[in-house]
Structures are given as C-alpha cells and as structure tokens.
Design a protein. Structure first.
Length: 110
C-alpha cells in the first residue's frame, strides 16, 4: 500500500492485493514503489516500512534510488557467507562485508 502523509493524516493512494498469503517480496515491493515515483517526483518521498519490509536488499535499492527510508530491520550480526562478525551498524557505510566483500544487498540469513 502506498499512502500520503499530510498534516498528521494518512491517505491511501495505491494498493495491490497479492494472489498469495504472507509477506510481499523485494520484486513486488520495488515494483510498487517504481509505480509512484513518476507521479510524486516533485515531492520528497520517504518510504516507511514495517516488518514486512525487513530486507537489506530493499534498503540498498531505496538508497540507490535516492529515497529517504525508515524500515524495521532485524539486526544481522554476522556475515552469512564468511561468518565474520559485524561491528556496530553505524559503521556499515561500505555496503559490504569487510571479511569477504559480499554486498549487504546479497546477504540472506541461513
């Protein structure tokens, strides 16, 4: 669902019913966000995501789209590829694991 926030009110402007149960995935989420970008290109867009948007891949994609975003992500404390421990999230500025250089957007918890 895409909504507009205006003076402490939220107005839904677009939604899709999925033909499945459960959460949407990255492809579905990014497709919906892409649909509203041309319509609201003269406004500041900030994506607010709940637990369903718990995806480093989505956060990375939003960053490269130059969109403001705030999502509730579960804390990934070690690389699923090499097992290297991450320090503090504030130091994740490189967008990849310092041990094996796997991009955060490609990490999937096992």
């Amino acid at each position: 669902m895409i909504s507009i926030v205006w003076e402490q009110r939220v107005f839904p402007v677009y939604f899709e019913l999925l033909s499945k149960l459960g959460s949407s995935n990255f492809e579905e989420q990014s497709r919906i966000v892409k649909k509203i970008l041309p319509i609201f290109n003269s406004y500041k867009i900030c994506v607010l995501g709940d637990r369903e948007f718990c995806s480093i891949k989505l956060a990375t994609w939003l960053k490269y789209q130059a969109l403001c975003f705030c999502t509730r992500l579960s804390l990934l404390s070690e690389c699923p590829n090499c097992g290297g421990r991450f320090k503090v999230p504030a130091l994740w500025v490189d967008d990849w694991c310092q041990g094996c250089f796997l991009p955060f957007g490609e990490m999937v918890e096992r």
